[in-house]
Structures are given as C-alpha cells and as structure tokens.
Design a binder for this molecule. Structure first.
Ligand code: ZN
Length: 246
C-alpha cells in the first residue's frame, strides 16, 4: 500500500514540475491582472495533461528561436517598419495574445500583413477609414490554417499593445512579445492555430529563460476597457493543456 501511495505522490510531483505548478499559486498570491478564472484553467490544464499528451503527439509541431537574430524558424518573414529598439535593451517578460481579422470577420486575405507593413489600401473597405494612417505591428501572426508569419524580431519592440499595463508596469510594448491570432472575439479560433501557438510558446520559453506560462496575458488583460481581444472564443484551457503536455 505504501508503495502505491509513494508512486502516486511521485507521479503528482512530476506532473507539477512538468507544468510549473508554482505559476497558478504565484498568480493567486500576487493577485496579478490575470483573471482568477484563468488560474482555474491553468490548474485544469495541469490535471488534464495526460489526456492532452496523446492529442499533442498527433499534431506536434516544433519551432526554434535563433537568439542571435531574434527570428523563429520555420516561419515566413514579412519585416515590418513599425518597430524600434526596446528601451534599455529590456528582455521580454510578457507575451500578449491578440485576435485580429481584416476586414473584420473575414479570413485568409492579405490585409493583416498589409496593415503591419504599411501597405494597406485605406479605401479598400469602409472599416479601414476608421484606422486610416495606423502604424502597428506584432512579432507574430498565426493564420487560420496555422501558417506562421513573423514581422518583428523578438529582440526589438513591436507596436501591438498600445496604452497598456501589466503587473503595475506600463507600456507593455517595451517588454512584451505580441502574438496575433487571425480571428474575432466571438467565433472559435481554428483547430490548426492551437498546436502552432503551443509550439511557438514552448520555443519562446526555451529561448527566454524565466519566461513561462504565468507571463501570458490577453490584450484585454493589459488594456481593459479599451481592448477585448482575443475574446471569449479563445480557449485558454486548450492552450494550457497543450503547454502542460510534453
Ligand atoms: Zn490586440
């Protein structure tokens, strides 16, 4: 009997280490801006890691970040002029997840990339009049089909978060990585996007010591009242399940 108990205790500890169980408790202790419900997702993800391991092996993808160039591979590179140096050469300590589609609700076109590279035709759609002249970017975009596009090296500052605050620190662009998912707040994100997002995050965690699951936030978390993306349709539990799986 004692042996069986020891076995399960060991198994539990191993699972905790695997999912970095300290993160949810750290969030509880420090009452950061990540919603309490998200902490529940983290714990549930940890509990379900065995289940999702099977799923992840079926859809496993792998990326690597080159620390010299700040580029991720494999990804299509579409360099954006909307970037500059991180103040004080700060290292990324936050990853902000976004949802975007252009025109809103339409997928598969080239206008997100045109916007991020200052080539959008402002008269091509009525919505674009509202954003005319906007100069923005993100580090990465994950398309509906899972295709990965990089606009800005991680070592540089992308212009994705705008006026924002995380853990009491303003100007999230200075110290964050922005990842856009092609989608809208209320419509489920595509099945092909999650495994890519998980694999990208794992590559970033490997490349940036100290960066982990507790450093993930929605754009709506860092700019509440101003931004709503990636919205209620984004499946945080599925994301944490994927991160918990090896
Ligand atoms: Zn956003």
């Amino acid at each position: 009997m004692e042996t069986i108990v020891k076995f399960f205790v060991k198994l539990f500890v191993k699972s905790c280490v695997k999912f970095r169980v300290s993160f949810p408790f750290a969030n509880l202790l420090f009452a950061g801006p990540v919603p309490a419900a998200r902490v529940g997702f983290m714990l549930a993800g940890q509990a379900r890691c065995a289940l999702s391991a099977a799923e992840s092996t079926m859809t496993q993808k792998s990326f690597e970040v080159d620390p010299d160039t700040g580029l991720i591979h494999p990804a299509r590179q579409a360099p954006s002029p909307n970037r500059d140096a991180r103040p004080g050469s700060r290292k990324p300590s936050l990853i902000v997840l976004h949802g975007i589609s252009l025109p809103p609700g339409q997928y598969g076109g080239g206008d997100i990339e045109r916007l991020f590279t200052n080539r959008l035709e402002w008269d091509a759609h009525p919505y674009y009049r509202q954003i005319r002249g906007l100069e923005v970017s993100s580090h990465l975009l994950i398309r509906r089909d899972g295709a990965l596009v990089q606009f800005v090296p991680f070592s540089e500052r992308a212009w994705h978060a705008g006026e924002s605050t995380f853990r009491g620190v303003r100007r999230c662009n200075d110290y964050s990585i922005g990842i856009e998912l092609e989608g809208v707040d209320e419509t489920p994100y595509d099945d092909r996007q999650y495994p890519v997002l998980v694999a990208v995050l794992k590559a970033l965690f490997r490349a940036c010591p100290g960066l982990g699951a507790r450093d993930l936030a929605a754009h709506s978390d860092v700019a509440p009242g101003r931004k709503t993306d990636p919205g209620p349709a984004f499946d945080w539990l599925r994301l944490y399940d994927g991160l918990a799986a090896s």
